[in-house]
Design a protein around this ligand. Structure first.
Ligand SMILES: Cc1cc2nc3c(=O)[nH]c(=O)nc-3n(C[C@H](O)[C@H](O)[C@H](O)COP(=O)(O)OP(=O)(O)OC[C@H]3O[C@@H](n4cnc5c(N)ncnc54)[C@H](O)[C@@H]3O)c2cc1C
Length: 495
């Protein structure tokens, strides 16, 4: 049977024309931009008064600095490709190669460079002798002799490292790294969520060290992170600017409290908390929906529409506080601890979990700060046992946290720092920006995505699904948006 072109026109499903994105972090901004580039009219709603989420700026002592993320992993092309599209490629810079240090109870040592997540690729490397001691090295070396199946069933990084390389590698190398980066204990961190492919490599190569080394060499040579001259906050700024150019309707202070099917047309509608009377943005609509908030919020909002989604109950992420100090301190010109330190949980006299010496790490920060002026950023919010609440430091008032940070900076950097040397300080607090990816997380993500497959006009993106870090967030967001667009008949060329 043949059909006339007219009949075909009548029956062919109409392609969606509008899209709604909820959450204006890098995931939401990237999604909105890609949807707009495909020709859709896009509305992006964001709860706070600014876009960028964990990638933003703050001003301290006249310097514009990153308030959250300050670098991106170079293991994939996802971020470099996006930066190129946004005209930011010429701003890409690498950190100073001096590397970071580890603060252990007996003092500071340069952090071993090989491996991933602090897992040493070569347990015989001389740089491990100091942090591990003779017995620790001997135990770590057993990794090579143990059958590949030992630890292969472990779901957490802690369980895996303990089984293969012993408690000392876990306490002295892996825990400071994981706590510094994820604010979580390795026993609470899903292997597959933070190191995809590690367990498969272990099975294939027979040792955890070899598996960690293989993941590391799979990254491009050179530094494994890069940043932007001017700060990663430029990424958010350019994404916003480009979204505006593409006609995206960008709405801040729009805290979505409910999501529903639009009763008037195909698609979705959301409502915000306390809409201003007569405000046209009180209801926002879109035929396609992209959720780009933290996990608990997306599950709460989407769960009313997709019951299977409720099976995934992501826990709120750890609370962290960053204290940035600008110091007039010539003694720091020699960068006594390289680009900064990760602090072992066993160090009692310091409460910070990590310190970044930003003027030693990034040339552009040193240039902006000027001679003998230094920027250090201390992060607080050590992992606490499950159910025991946030670490006490994150609840301190700003002024108390700043004075704690001054003392910690002095101890960690091994240089006396007096309060008179403090030129300016700021505290930034993050409550939902770091997702909690405890054991079993990646399996739950798979389940969530399977449930969402039954809802062809919606997608969900963000760090709680892709894994923490800009490389993972950008790559996954673009993949999810491409899949959504393709499903609706858009001709999507690779980015
Ligand atoms: C302090 C810190 C330092 C980091 N450093 C690095 C680094 O150096 N390198 C790196 O690669 N990664 C780093 N990360 C991780 C990286 O920044 C994040 O993985 C990434 O930015 C997450 O982006 P996102 O869009 O998924 O989430 P977010 O940035 O958290 O954005 C989610 C957005 O959704 C909004 N939202 C939430 N609920 C609602 C609602 N109901 N209605 C409307 N909007 C809502 C929020 O306000 C927020 O703006 C860091 C993270 C933090 C917190």
């Amino acid at each position: 049977m043949t059909t006339s072109p007219g009949a075909q026109r009548r029956t062919a499903p109409r392609r969606p024309r509008t899209a709604l994105v909820v959450g204006g972090g890098v995931a939401g901004l990237t999604a909105a931009r890609d949807l707009a580039r495909a020709g859709l009219r896009v509305t992006l709603v964001e709860a706070s008064d600014h876009f960028g989420g964990a990638v933003g700026a703050h001003e301290v002592a006249g310097l514009v600095l990153d308030s959250g993320a300050e670098s991106f992993a170079t293991r994939s092309d996802a971020v470099p490709d996006l930066l190129e599209e946004l005209g930011l490629s010429d701003r890409v810079v690498t950190p100073h190669p001096a590397g970071s240090w580890l603060q252990l109870p007996e003092g500071a040592v340069p952090a071993p460079k090989s491996g991933v997540l602090g897992i040493p690729a070569d347990p015989t490397a001389p740089e491990l002798r100091k942090p591990l001691g003779r017995a620790g090295v001997a135990r770590a070396r057993m990794d090579r002799a143990l059958p590949a199946r030992v630890g292969a069933g472990e779901r957490s990084i802690g369980g895996l490292v303990r089984a293969r390389m012993g408690q000392r590698v876990l306490d002295r190398l892996v825990t400071p790294f994981v706590s510094g980066v994820y604010s979580t204990h390795p026993d609470e961190l899903d292997v597959d969520a933070v190191a995809p492919g590690l367990r498969a490599r272990l099975r294939e190569l027979g040792s955890l060290g070899a598996a960690a080394g293989a993941l590391r060499t799979a990254s491009p040579a050179g530094a494994n992170v890069a940043g932007l001259d001017g700060g990663m906050n430029l990424l958010s700024e350019r994404l916003v600017r480009d979204a505006e150019r593409l006609g995206v309707k960008l709405v801040t202070r729009y805290d979505v409290i409910a999501l529903d099917r639009d009763p008037r047309r195909p698609g979705w509608m959301v409502i915000q908390r306390q809409p201003v009377n007569g405000d046209k943005t009180a209801v926002a609509r879109g035929e396609l929906l992209v959720m780009a908030t933290d996990g608990p919020t997306t599950v709460r909002l989407l769960g009313t529409q997709v019951s299977d989604v409720q099976n995934f109950t992501p826990r709120s992420g750890p609370r962290i506080a960053l204290a940035t100090l600008v110091l007039d301190c010539p003694a720091l010109d020699s960068a006594p601890r390289g680009t900064g330190l990760l602090v072992s949980d066993d160090v009692r006299e310091v409460r910070a979990k990590a310190l970044t010496h930003a003027t030693a790490k990034w040339k552009w920060v040193a240039r902006e700060a000027g001679e003998h002026r230094h920027v250090v950023r201390l992060s607080y919010g050590r992992a606490t046992p499950r159910g025991s609440g946030p670490s006490p430091e994150v609840t301190l008032e700003d002024k108390h946290l700043i004075s704690l940070a001054l003392g910690d900076a002095s101890t960690l950097l091994g240089v006396p720092i007096e309060p008179e040397q403090l030129v300016g300080a700021d505290v930034v607090r993050w409550h939902t920006a770091l997702p909690r990816t405890d054991a079993g997380h990646s399996a739950r993500v798979t389940g969530f995505r399977r449930a969402l497959k039954d809802v062809p006009d919606a997608a969900a993106v963000g760090a709680w699904l892709s894994g923490t870090g800009l490389a993972a967030v950008v790559a996954d967001t673009r993949h999810q948006v491409r899949t959504l667009l393709k499903h609706h008949g858009f001709d999507v060329t690779p980015n």
